[in-house]
Design a binder for this molecule. Structure first.
Ligand code: EPU
Length: 328
């Protein structure tokens, strides 16, 4: 977002030993620390951070097993996520092609259980390898123990900053991706006459859709979706439908309804808005993406966010939750 104050110290961890050493440095000197990947899903506070930022740069790629149905691979936490996806697709391995072009590192992917176009990392992740600062040991956390849910895991909630993720293990398939696909993907395939569904054709489609809808963070300062899609109960949804017959909602197995935050923000009049007071904007093709045009302070971003949250709550009785992490 091109916002936030400076950190007192910053160091890169290129190996597991580095990670442990940096942790010990911080604890010995009683310095607070934070572990990050590429920072693409972080909003930094204006005050900065009077501690140590550890940038996870642990690389590595390995095929652990390979059989007729698929492969199991290990990826270093500091690897660029989209390069991991690209290599998997080039090998014809399926499972993460839907997660193409998501900014950030492989090690950050399980933290918020990245998801897009109908897939979530939790569907292919076997285990997370990490240094546990609580027990001062390296170990593995199996998928079932990661407490994955929509855009969440124990690494983002109850065990925030406890583990330094060193690698992830994924199980990818050799079979082809099968319909039904996510709505916008189906539409893309129809419009482009694609009937051959392969990891490559899915990656191409996702890449093209994202290029149209989402701003490139290396060009336009943004954190991707700024709000998570909210869940409401059925009664709330039915009531909203009476006033807004076009409202989008997807029932969940738990009996709730997931709403499209982008739709709510757009209906609240915030799509393609350029807010002069704060220098912030919402993206013209995806209202869920907040963009820093000429804001100088995180306070500006949070003030703009508040305007959006307030209006959406006023109209729909839904309080949107921020998706990128506010740190420290
Ligand atoms: N919509 C609108 N107006 C908008 C934006 C969306 O009406 O301005 C409607 C769309 O028409 C569609 C629905 O909302 O019916 C969902 O939109 P979209 O498919 O674009 O997905 P999303 O729910 O807005 C989520 C993820 C994205 C991911 C896409 C595609 C979250 C918070 N965001 O967005 O992830 O790329 O699905 O699967 O779950 C990210 O996390 O940074 C991110 C970009």
């Amino acid at each position: 977002m091109k916002l936030g104050g400076p950190a007192r110290w910053l160091a890169e961890a290129a190996s597991k030993d580095d990670a442990q050493e940096l942790y010990k440095f911080a604890t010995d000197k009683n310095i607070p620390f934070l572990i990050i990947g590429q920072g693409s899903n972080i909003v930094w506070r204006d005050e900065g951070f009077a501690g140590l930022i550890i940038v996870n740069k642990i690389l590595g790629r390995e095929v652990l097993s390979d059989d007729s149905s698929g492969v199991t691979i290990r990826v270093g936490a500091g690897e660029n996520w989209d390069e991991v996806v690209g290599r998997a697709v080039d090998n014809g391995w399926s499972g993460i092609e839907f997660l193409s072009k998501i900014p950030g590192t492989a090690g950050a992917a399980p933290v918020q259980n990245i998801g897009a176009y109908g897939a979530e990392l939790s569907e292919t992740l076997v285990e997370v390898e990490a240094y546990d600062t609580q027990t001062d040991s390296f170990g593995s956390i199996l998928n079932e123990a990661c407490q994955f849910s929509y855009r969440n895991s124990r690494f983002k909630s109850k065990d925030k900053n406890r583990f330094m993720i060193t690698g992830i293990i994924l199980r990818l398939k050799k079979s082809l991706p099968e319909p039904p696909f996510y709505e916008s993907l189906t539409k893309y395939f129809e419009e482009h006459g694609v009937t051959n569904y392969t990891p490559t054709s899915v990656r191409e489609a996702v890449t093209a859709i994202r290029a149209v809808k989402l701003p490139d963070p290396s060009v336009v300062a943004n954190n991707g979706s700024f709000f998570t899609n909210p869940f409401v109960n059925k009664e709330h949804f039915e009531k909203l439908k009476e006033s807004y017959p076009d409202i989008k909602g997807w029932p969940t197995p738990e009996g709730k309804v997931k709403l499209a935050a982008g739709w709510l923000v757009e209906q609240a009049g915030f799509k393609g808005i350029h807010d002069q007071d704060t220098g912030m904007a919402t993206w013209q093709d995806q209202a869920l993406v907040l963009v820093n045009e000429h804001g100088r302070k995180t306070a500006d971003l949070l003030a703009f966010k508040q305007k959006v949250v307030f209006k959406v709550d006023e109209l729909f009785g839904v309080v949107l939750e921020q998706e990128p992490e506010l740190l420290p």
